[in-house]
Design a binder for this molecule. Structure first.
Ligand code: ADP
Length: 391
């Protein structure tokens, strides 16, 4: 009985122990879970914060959050580029227009979309401000400088191109009328007017041709293949031989070894032709034009050197701009369109190369065009999604 009692006591004791230890371990588990929850919540909050930070700092727009008292409580990295890194409050905003915009949003006033020129950086930004329910004001700035400059360049180009086209068109119109009346009143003068008419229409078609080339080149490079730079130069020099001879110029060609490059034959021909035509056009009779083609493992180089009028230092950076001419009257007189060198620049850049000029006024100019070697990719490789390859 005693043994039984003892046995029951031991069983009861062990049951009690099991009960107590079960409670204890449950409590411990709860405690651990609670602790893990708290740590998890802290982790989640941290993850949330860094995700938000990553998103905000990767935005192209500048974002600044002002407290109701005008203190900066948040700003992303882009805002430092546009507004300076030290901005800590509304008073620190250099632009009056932006200060007014934020103040108006804070007071619940009108918040128009503004376009503001930021003085210190020269950037043009589109600014919007909005008040959030707790009284904070969010200022968002979008940099639109590139777009505005692009628009101005396009506007300029259209104005220039229209002007360049208008001049020959007006001459053609006037000459056609003169020709019509000369046909009955002064038949002897007809061939002279007809010649003038032809000259003007050639000029018009040259401007249109150059504009079309330029627009084709701007939309990318032509078909690429392995081409022989030395041969193209020889062929173009041959083609222009009658003109250089007529101008009383000696052309010296220096090509020795084959110079292969990877490029568009059509575009490279255009480049060579434009440089040679200029060398002829801006030289005096008796002058010399030297054209050399050479290559090493780093680059393929063409130089076109003339002993012509030269280019003043102040114009040297600008001659590659569309329609820029040093001497407008002379260029027009000789049939120049003002587009030749910008075509040259586009071709060479489409091929990953560059063009430079050295010149001495009254003594001559040397244009140097450098192309990357044949095997080098002339542009960074484009990324292509090739999907999953079938096994
Ligand atoms: P254009 O049709 O007027 O020749 P380009 O774009 O080819 O237009 O050249 C721009 C300007 O650069 C020319 O008007 C001329 O003033 C100057 N220029 C170009 N090539 C030469 C050169 N070889 N010698 C002197 N001036 C040149």
């Amino acid at each position: 009985m005693f043994a039984l009692g003892l046995g029951i006591g031991a069983l009861a004791a062990s049951l009690v122990f099991v009960g107590v230890s079960g409670r204890l371990s449950r409590s411990l588990r709860r405690l651990r879970d609670a602790h893990q929850d708290a740590a998890g919540r802290a982790d989640a909050a941290e993850a949330d914060r860094s995700a938000r930070e990553a998103i905000l700092s990767s935005l192209e727009d500048a974002i600044v959050l002002f407290s109701p008292q005008g203190r900066v409580v948040y700003r992303n990295a882009v805002s430092s580029e546009l507004l300076g890194g030290g901005l800590d409050g509304l008073a620190g905003l250099a632009s009056t227009a932006l200060r007014r915009l934020v103040a108006s949003a804070s007071d619940g006033g009108p918040v128009p979309l503004l376009e503001v020129l930021l003085g210190p950086t020269g950037r043009i930004v589109q600014a919007s401000a909005s008040r959030i329910p707790d009284g904070h004001v969010l200022l968002v700035l979008r940099d639109v400088t590139g777009a505005r400059v692009g628009e101005a360049v396009r506007r300029d180009f259209v104005a220039n191109a229209s002007h360049e086209l208008k001049t020959p068109v007006a001459s053609i119109q006037a000459l056609a009328e003169t020709l019509l009346s000369a046909a009955s009143a002064d038949p002897a003068a007809v061939p002279r007017f007809a010649e003038q008419l032809e000259r003007e229409s050639v000029r018009l078609s040259r401007v249109v041709g150059d504009l079309l080339d330029l627009s084709r080149l701007e939309s990318g490079a032509g078909e690429r293949e392995r081409i022989r730079l030395d041969r193209l130069v020889e062929e173009e020099a041959e083609r222009l031989h009658p003109r250089s001879e007529e101008a009383g110029l000696t052309v010296v060609l220096q090509t020795k070894d084959p110079v292969p490059i990877h490029g568009s034959a059509r575009d490279v021909r255009l480049l060579i032709r434009n440089l040679m035509e200029n060398a002829i056009q801006y030289s005096r009779p008796g002058g010399t034009i030297e054209i050399a083609v050479r290559a090493d493992d780093r680059e393929a180089v063409v130089t076109v050197a003339d002993t012509g009028v030269g280019i003043p230092t102040r114009d040297r950076d600008r001659i590659f701009e569309r329609f820029y001419r040093v001497d407008r009257a002379r260029s027009r007189e000789t049939g120049g369109t003002g587009l030749g060198l910008s075509i040259v620049k586009h071709v060479v850049e489409n091929h990953g190369g560059n063009v430079t000029v050295e010149s001495e006024l009254g003594r001559g100019s040397t244009f140097t065009v450098r192309f990357p070697p044949r095997d080098a990719p002339s542009r960074p490789m484009e990324e292509k999604d090739i999907g999953i390859l079938p096994r």
